[in-house]
Design a protein around this ligand. Sequence first.
Ligand SMILES: [Zn+2]
Length: 212
Amino acid sequence: MSSFPEALADRFRRFKHRHFVPNAEQYEELATYGQNPEVMLISCCDSRVDPETIFSAMPGELFVVRNVANLVPPYETAGNYHGVSSAIEFAVMNLRVKHIIVMGHSGCGGVKTALDPSAAIQTEARFITRWMSMLDSARLRVLASHQMSPQAEKLTALEKEGVKTSIKNLRTFPFVSEIEDKGRLSLHGAYFDIAAGSLYILNHSRNEFFPL
Ligand SMILES: [Zn+2]
């Protein structure tokens, strides 16, 4: 029988003692009245890119969806299971968040697979290959505009293009574009550089990322 990792059990006890107990009132309030976050954040599963840590968030502040390469699929109702779309629907229609932030990051393994699909084929990553095909046209754009660039620069460019693709896909959800048009919802792109600890924000009118 497998046992729960002891290190995590210790971390939980530490959380309970150092974080939960001093904030017990806030937790009780959240439990009683429910959550009311103003921000939805879509980020990668990558363990180095934790939104709550990066934004020093308290419980109830960020409505977070994490998936491989922080992707938002385009709106479509075929198929049965739509995890990301369900979360977007809930955040926009029920929680009425004011901001949706898509946050990409440096050294993204998912985006690396999109840049070089043969890497995934070698490991029989059939789910990832299909999922990352969302960046097919972004990859072609990056390859065309970075023909002479080293692979690392192409990767960074595609990581940033991926954020733009997700924002574009967000706008294919009728309720997202409708509420954005009414000025009640803002869409943002961000990019976290792990080694430097820097955050870049997408400037929509210039279509480029600038450091915060
Ligand atoms: Zn990633």
